[in-house]
Unconditional design. Sequence first.
Length: 277
Amino acid sequence: MESIQINDRCGEPRICSYIYGVNEAGTQVKLEIKVMKQLEMDFGILTVDQQERVDSFKRNQEKNSTRRIDSVKHTQELLLSGGFQPGIHFVNDFKCGTITEFRSFGYGENEFEAEITFNNTTGGCSLITDYFDSTKNEMEIMTVSVSREGDKLECSYITSQYRAYKPTSLFSKLQDYNTDQKNKHAYANKTKSILNHTIDKYKKLFPNATVEEGKDYYKSRNYNYTEFPIVYVKFDSGSYVSFQLGSEIDKEYTHKKFDRVAIDMSIEDTLEMFNNQ
């Protein structure tokens, strides 16, 4: 067995040991055995290069933790200056401590695992917002992340633009967003009330018809499709009328209509029908 020095992928020297064997053809071949890697696997011993990788990671984690502590502190100060109240408008669940766990370092042939203790941070500042869940027709409370850019704050979830705002301006944006969510909930409840009234109305007027809720869509200028409710009044003949809801009870108007009999009439019968109207 012999030992030689070679360079790894990063250009760093490392010591490898070789043992010679004989293959099936009877030719002597050289087999590489990573002695230090085997020692690390068996006894947790790290090479100099591996230890440097671990130490470098721990130093970076310590620097990141320090930066993160300062950043979260400054973010909270900006929130308070803008009128945000802790527990009402924002939460700060930032934590900093040390953890011990196994982590992987390197890649390919140089990859290794080591159990290390290092600084770690979690959490941060988040805004507390109202949220209308249209699928459940319920109001919920959500927390959304807020970030700092200099002496300004950014939370694209509650603003229409991806940019930072002065703390007082972002506070106004939060109030506007919460009001909008509550208005959506109130509108949904009003629409549901009008819908139920309209369905009951036509069930009483046409007891032999099938009266049910439906959906349709309209396309806006930017080619987005918006869904809205309609009321179908369907007859056994296959004919139907659909109504779009108005802003108040009994203000619905005809959306679409289909005459099963007329669609099957010849042009002569259609002209005769028009002549007799």
